[in-house]
Ligand binder design. Structure first.
Ligand code: CTP
Length: 413
């Protein structure tokens, strides 16, 4: 496997010391790391410590003429597969959003044509400040991937979102972005099986979407649905248990990542679509997510205020149909499975959806009861060859049964 290379930009926050652990974990995965530090980062961690772990020169805050002659900022980014800013302070995000290039790190960000992942860490008020929200929205629109910070107690004593995610979670995200599915590593964290025969999906790449999407109406309101994400997470867990390399693209849900699964969190349908494109190729894609059909046509920067009368009607625009788009994709997975939530004429509607969306199977469930958020699901698997109906069972039982059927279909090939 060709070695992947990360250019790690460390900016100056209290979490800067975690760049050492992050680097160590990346190197353990066989990913080469070259580091650039901003001047304020060197107040929190020394270039010497980072250099010992990267086993390389750490590139500095200011333009060093000698460095610039030997290896310029363009070359630094050219030699990387991915640029990661961790921790990313509010300051570096603001500069990047504005296109300011006043030190080596920000010059690299402005000059690069490589994918960039920012891992913000800052005080909760800074994270929630309108300026930061605006900058993050701009950076996302410019194509930067941004991880959500963890929630918890902060170094400053306040509580809320703003903590740097755990280094292993950052590594998972980096691996997913690099498309670097180191099988041995993925399997290492999966439940043990006696032998490979019990891993019928060994070596297969499975993509699962789960949960709802949230579509902003304004900075505080959004359109959502009642999907809990549990069925999709159970399917991802089942696929990992069977030895598959699983990428789970999850909408906003409160669920623990199943062991051995690479999880990518998104909020909107457009973000889900973009992450699927990055996660391809895959042998199987199982689209369990309840993607919002529509999003607001315009999202104002400020909260819409009430004015003592009914607001203007909310103008909506249709989201792309991710499943139908994937069915026509040049990297279409061999087996493409869609889900359908129906309240009547379940099989009939599912069969129509199968044809309309161009997928191989539709898993139809009856949502006329309390399925969304509930424990049990009854399924009808509709394929071009007919219908198979499964009784009402817990979601994890259904997940395993579905993955066994998937393994029968593609396991041997
Ligand atoms: N899907 C998608 N992108 C969308 C909408 C849905 O990929 N924008 C996928 C879902 O993940 C699921 C299937 O398509 O696999 C569900 O199709 P959809 O037409 O949304 O089903 P229902 O919501 O059940 O459709 P309808 O409202 O027409 O009953």
């Amino acid at each position: 496997m060709i070695e992947k290379r990360v250019l790690l930009i460390v900016s100056g926050g209290i979490a800067a010391y975690k760049s050492l652990e992050l680097t160590r974990l990346l190197k353990k995965q066989g990913i080469a790391v070259r580091a650039v530090m901003t001047e304020s980062a060197t107040e929190f961690v020394t270039p010497l410590s980072l250099g010992v772990i990267t086993e390389d020169h750490v590139y500095g805050a200011m333009f060093d003429l000698k460095e610039e002659r030997e290896i310029g900022h363009i070359q630094l980014s050219r030699q990387a597969d991915l640029i990661v800013i961790a921790p990313a302070t509010a300051n570096i995000l603001a500069k990047a959003a504005a296109g300011i290039a006043d030190d080596l790190a920000t010059t690299i960000l402005l000059a690069t044509d490589k994918p960039v992942l920012a891992v913000p860490a800052m005080n909760v008020r800074m994270w929630q400040h309108a300026a930061t929200r605006r900058n993050l929205a701009q950076l996302r629109a410019d194509g930067m991937a941004i991880m959500d910070p963890d929630e918890g107690e902060m170094a400053c004593g306040e509580y809320g979102p703003g903590r740097l995610p755990e280094p292993h979670a950052i590594v998972e995200r980096i691996i997913a972005m690099l498309g670097h599915f180191a099988s041995a590593q993925t399997l290492a964290s999966q439940p043990d099986f006696a032998d490979i025969d019990h891993r019928p999906l060994y070596g297969k790449r499975v993509l699962v979407t789960a949960g709802p999407t949230h579509e902003a109406i304004d900075p505080v309101r959004y359109i959502a649905n009642r999907s809990s994400g549990r069925q999709g997470f159970a399917i991802a867990a089942g696929a990992a248990e069977m030895g598959a390399e699983v990428t789970l693209i999850a909408g906003p849900v409160h669920l623990v990542t199943p062991p051995g699964v690479i999880r990518i969190d998104i909020e909107t349908a457009l973000e889900m679509q973009a992450e699927i494109d990055k996660a391809l190729p895959a042998d199987v894609a199982i689209m369990v997510a309840a993607v919002a059909d529509w999003r607001a046509a315009d999202v104002p920067e400020q909260k819409i205020k009430k004015a003592g009368k009914a607001p203007a009607p909310l103008a909506l625009t249709e989201n792309p149909d991710i499943l139908a788009t994937l069915a026509k994709h040049k990297q279409r997975p061999k087996l493409l499975i869609g889900f359908a939530a129906e309240t009547e004429k379940i099989v009939e509607h599912a069969a129509a959806k199968l044809a309309k969306k161009g997928c191989d199977w539709i898993v139809a469930n009856d949502v006329s009861g309390d399925v969304m958020g509930g424990e049990n699901n009854a399924f009808h698997i509709v394929t071009k060859d007919g219908v198979e109906s499964w009784p009402d069972s817990p979601k994890d039982v259904i997940a395993r049964k579905l993955m066994e059927k998937v393994a029968d279909e593609i396991g041997e090939s």
